[in-house]
Every structure is written in structure tokens, then in C-alpha cells.
Design a protein around this ligand. Structure first.
Ligand code: GDP
Ligand code: IMO
Ligand code: MG
Length: 429
């Protein structure tokens, strides 16, 4: 039995999609447990590039079961757009290959409207959300007025819940946020159709995943977003609205923590962040710009430029603590090639002492000054390395130091976006 988690160790976009696709080779089942189509996971296979948002990155393999768990916010329009896109690209998506939890919350059109209008209303204090309706959908879940996939399959229940929601949302949208009223009939008719298309994909995914684990199948849980976007442990309020950390697996799929054998944290060799919020090692200079261009750091979902900065070991230590990482994967080390000097933040100076954790208050975090160690750079040949021995010496020193500072082993090093640009340093994840 093996069930392991692949999650983002920073602020998202660490290369989870690439690594999930690579590690799916060793798994039978690939599961998304939180987030929604705010995620953008890029997978390159041969000359083809796929962009996935809601569907697990195991879908490119023919023989894997892909699961969208109860913790995921499901926009059925986005789901079917993605299925249609994959089918056009020659990737078969059938209910044998993809199942969706009957307990998953649905993203409704009013969630997207609310997301956009609330961001506008926040003015300069906006969060910089993806505008996909994620926050308002999870708000309704906790408010206990959310509409779940199982409701959509019972038309009368759906009608009643939709009527209640449209009434209260319309009042808020028009009276408070100055937006336009949404039409019940339009939404009802469109969603009933979507529900019929969804029906064959729907299952109790907690039961199914548990059964698969019991049958000795290997399950890979694919995280979306990253550690510091976690609703509880991230840089609140500049976070997403779900638990992106390892604990999200138990609640977001319905399997106990004792089922999980390994937790793999994916970290870029530097740090990026999209949207607003604190970023202690951010480079708002020519080097930051250089990294953005070399690493093509533009959002997969929104196309926004990603803010770039040095690697921050404080972030990695936080992920190790909160998620119980068993190993780290370092990606995009090729992007740093040709820089003369590379820095790593090893701690923060905070009110006269050194700390290695994130203070809860953003006011305190703003006072934290990164303490850096400096490394000599390496050249572009790293992208051609296919074994650990072929990695340039200075890059090896960089990796070794990350292991020392984090007291965590690196299991995989990624030297490019393609499947074969992946170096397995240790078998054990
Ligand atoms: P995710 O959200 O964590 O799946 O990451 P994204 O797909 O949003 O962003 C990562 C980007 O980096 C994608 O364009 C990947 O194709 C690319 N990528 C992944 N690993 C590497 C790597 O090791 N080197 C380079 N140069 N690109 C990579
Ligand atoms: P993947 O899975 C990077 C960020 C948004 C914003 C904040 C809240 O590709 O790593 P939301 O729409 O979730 O309410 O936005 O979270 N964000 C991401 N940043 N990668 C992601 O996903 C993200 N998903 C959300 O930019 O700052
Ligand atoms: Mg992404």
C-alpha cells in the first residue's frame, strides 16, 4: 500500500503538474483534493504542452484513474471545457478514467460575479484572486448554503437550493456591490444540462479511493496552489480559500492520515508569487526581471506576471513542519543558470533576533529582514543533465546546502519542463 502527496511548498506554480505527470507513472490513481480551476498545471510531453486546471495531471496517462474529491470546488462549465479541450488534443476522458465526488461543492455563476465584484470593492486592498469564484464558493460551503454535485442530480433539490441562493445573492450583488441581477431560469436550465452530462462521472470518491488503497493500488494526491496560500497557515488574507497543506487530503477526499505514506514538497530553486501579499525575498530589480523572463514566469490561469525572488528556506521549513514532508523536489534549477551569484534566505532578522518561521501578523512579517547566503552560479548545461553526476558542481553545492538547511532529502531535481528533464536522486520519496 502506498499513498503519497505531491504539494506546492511555496506560493504555487512550483511545477506540481509536471511532477504529478512524472510520478503518475508509479501510481494507479491520481487525486485532486482541494482548490478548483484557479490552479494551472502545465505538463509537457514530447513537443506537446497541456494546461490543466481542474482535472488531475494523471489524465495524460491512459491507464490511471483520476479523481476530483469532495474538497475541490467544481465549476462544471470549466470541467467540460477542459474535457473538450483534452479530447481535441487526443486525450480520452471517460467516466472510467475520471470520477467526481458527489460531495464536491459547485461553483455557480454568482460565485464568479461575487469574486470579481468583491475584489473591485476591496479597492487597493484587493487580494488579486483569479476571479474563478473560489472564495465565494468555499464561503457558501462554510455558510452551509452551498450546492453540491449530489444536489445537481436531484432536480427538485437543486431548484430549491438555487432559488434560495439566487434570491440572497441577487440582493447582495445589486444592493451592496452595484452589480447586475442574475437570471434564475438561465442558470437553472444550463446547470440541469451540465448535471446530466456530469452524472456518469459522479461517485462517492472517499469510498472509491479507500477501496483502491485497500486493493494495494498506489494513490497520488496532487495538491493545487502551495503552502503559503493555505487558508490557515498561509499569508492570510493573501491566500486562497482552501487547505493546500497535507491536512487537506484527509478532509478533501475522506481518507485518514494513517493512509498517507509520503509527502513530497515541490519547490522552485527560487520563489515566485502571483497576486498580492507579502514576499520577503522578492527581487524588484533587474535580477527579478531576468528570472521572470528566463523562467517564463507568467500565470498559467490568468497570464499575469509572477513576482520573482530568491529561494527562501524559511518557507521550506514552514512546509516541512506543517505538512510533514518526507522529501523535497527542486524544480527550475535550469532557470538560474548563467547568474554569477545566487542567494538563499536562511532566516529573518526580526526585532533583534533571528527567526525561521513566518509571524502570523503581516505587520510583523513586514519587519522581517532576510538573511542571505551567497552561492556561485552554474551554466546552461544543467538543462541537459540526465543524472545527478551530470549536474554542474556549483548546482550540486546549492542542492546540498538546501538539504542541510532544511534537514530534508531532495528526492528529485527537475532541470526543464519536459518529462525526461527529471533526475531521480533517490528512489524513496
Ligand atoms: P504548477 O501550478 O505547480 O503545476 O506549475 P505551473 O505549471 O503553473 O508552472 C510551472 C512552469 O514551469 C510550467 O510552465 C512548467 O512547464 C515549467 N517547469 C516545470 N518544471 C520545470 C523545470 O524544471 N525547468 C523549467 N525551465 N521549467 C519547468
Ligand atoms: P497552482 O495550482 C499560484 C493565488 C491568486 C491569489 C490568491 C487567491 O497553479 O499553483 P483565488 O482565486 O484562489 O481566490 O486567489 O491565490 N492563486 C495561485 N497562485 N498558483 C496557483 O495555483 C494559484 N491559485 C490561486 O493569484 O493571489
Ligand atoms: Mg500553476
Amino acid at each position: 500500500m502506498s499513498a503519497f502527496i505531491v504539494l506546492g511548498a511555496q506560493w504555487g506554480d512550483e511545477g506540481k503538474g509536471k511532477l504529478t505527470d512524472y510520478l503518475a507513472e508509479e501510481a494507479n490513481v491520481v487525486v485532486r483534493f482541494q482548490g478548483g480551476n484557479n490552479a494551472g498545471h502545465t505538463v509537457e510531453v514530447g513537443e506537446k504542452q497541456y494546461k490543466l486546471h481542474l482535472i488531475p495531471s494523471g489524465i495524460l496517462h491512459d491507464d490511471k484513474l483520476n479523481v476530483i474529491g469532495n474538497g475541490v470546488a467544481v465549476d462544471p462549465n470549466a470541467l467540460f471545457s477542459e474535457i473538450d479541450y483534452l479530447q481535441r488534443e487526443g486525450v480520452n476522458v471517460t467516466p472510467e478514467k475520471l470520477i467526481v465526488s458527489d460531495r464536491a461543492q459547485l461553483i455557480m455563476p454568482y460565485h464568479k460575479t461575487l469574486d470579481i465584484l468583491k475584489e473591485k470593492a476591496r479597492g487597493k486592498n484587493d487580494i488579486g484572486t483569479t476571479g474563478k469564484g473560489i472564495g465565494p464558493c468555499y464561503t457558501d460551503k462554510y455558510e452551509r448554503c452551498g450546492i453540491r454535485v449530489c444536489d445537481l442530480l436531484h432536480t427538485e433539490v437543486f431548484e430549491e437550493k438555487l432559488r434560495f441562493n439566487i434570491e440572497s445573492k441577487n440582493a447582495y450583488i445589486t444592493n451592496v456591490l452595484g452589480g447586475e441581477e442574475l437570471n434564475f431560469d438561465e442558470i437553472f436550465n444550463a446547470y440541469v444540462k451540465l448535471g446530466e452530462r456530469l452524472r456518469p462521472f459522479v461517485q462517492d470518491t472517499s469510498v472509491r479511493v479507500y477501496d483502491e488503497i485497500k486493493k494495494n493500488q498506489t494513490v497520488l494526491f496532487e495538491g493545487a496552489q502551495g503552502m503559503l496560500l493555505d487558508i490557515d497557515h498561509g499569508t492570510y488574507p493573501y491566500v486562497t480559500s482552501s487547505n493546500t497543506t497535507a491536512g487537506g487530503v484527509s478532509t478533501g477526499i475522506g481518507v485518514g492520515p494513517t493512509m498517507i505514506t509520503n509527502v513530497v514538497g515541490i519547490a522552485k530553486a527560487y520563489t515566485t508569487r502571483v497576486g498580492k501579499g507579502p514576499f520577503p525575498t522578492e527581487l524588484e530589480d533587474a535580477t527579478g526581471e531576468w528570472i521572470r523572463e528566463k523562467g517564463h514566469e507568467y500565470g498559467t490561469t490568468t497570464g499575469r506576471s509572477r513576482r520573482c525572488g530568491w529561494l527562501d528556506v524559511v518557507i521550506l521549513k514552514t512546509t516541512i513542519r506543517v505538512c510533514g514532508l518526507t522529501s523535497l523536489v527542486v524544480t527550475k534549477i535550469d532557470t538560474l543558470a548563467n547568474l554569477e551569484k545566487i542567494k538563499v534566505c536562511v532566516g529573518y532578522n526580526f526585532e533583534g533576533r533571528v527567526i525561521d518561521y513566518f509571524p502570523a501578523s503581516l505587520e510583523d512579517l513586514a519587519k522581517c529582514e532576510p538573511i542571505y547566503e551567497e552561492f556561485d552560479g552554474w551554466d546552461d548545461s544543467i538543462a541537459d543533465a540526465r543524472s545527478y553526476d551530470e549536474i554542474p558542481e556549483n548546482a550540486k553545492k546549492y542542492l546540498k546546502r538546501i538539504e542541510e538547511l532544511t534537514e530534508t532529502k531532495i528526492s528529485i531535481v527537475s532541470v526543464g519542463p519536459k518529462r525526461d528533464q527529471t533526475i531521480r536522486v533517490r528512489k524513496e520519496l
